[in-house]
Design a protein around this ligand. Sequence first.
Ligand code: SF4
Length: 280
Amino acid sequence: MTRELNVALIEQAVRDLYIEACIHASPDLRAAVRAAHARESKPVAQEVLGQILQNMDLATENGLPSCQDTGLCVVFLDLGQDLHLIGGDLNDAVNRGVARACLEGRLRASSLTPLTRQNTGNNTPAVLHLRIVPGDGAHLTVAPKGFGSENMSRLKMLNPSDGEEGVKDFIVETMRLAGGKPCPPVILGVGIGGTAESCALLAKRMLLRPLGQRAEDPRLARMEEELLERINALQIGPMGLGGDTTALAVHIAELPTHIAGLPAMVNMQCHASRHREMTL
Ligand code: SF4
């Protein structure tokens, strides 16, 4: 039997998750920064990591966003194929949720028309990624994305002959070029394979994986560990001030690609890594 879901519930969920994500750092992020703080050997870097932890606590205590950049609102929605949406247009509902979060949560209005630079005033439109999945549920993830880090993301269409070493060098080079600009310590979401656009989306999805969780494929898990070591050896450090902690994690996934290609994408995520999810 088909289940009905009113889009008003999706609007409310987008609003609540967007505000919550901006204010409350997730337990896995706190744990990763705490662990980095404990093992950091450089005093200035340890001080910065301590300030990041203190900032997370202050945001929660005061109900204020942990960073002034409350991002572009990226929404992932997995819709069950047996679900029937009622109550109006889904896209409008998602955007109403974003606009209400911006107003009611006092989030900074950062969304604008790219060339005229005219602000939309309420962080709409959301960047909505829709997937049809089995079942009759709706799984929603709201992931506001700051642009200090988004700007440091890179896509490269490598030659197949560049192979794994070429991809790894590209990822380390992306971090080296970014330096302190993406507000480290960062998380690198990496997509390998597919087409240019599916590779980019895969990299973005990799930022949703909980910190501390490795890729299921042991080959990719080994690659993640090696890259994390190489990136931290760059000594860019927290906020670019030097130190052992440049990245908290590298999350990699791959997709089959064309015989003539080897796309690789790094989606850079700052330490204000924010995402919240809910099933409706
Ligand atoms: S990159 Fe991240 S931490 Fe830096 S200003 Fe933007 S949201 Fe904040």
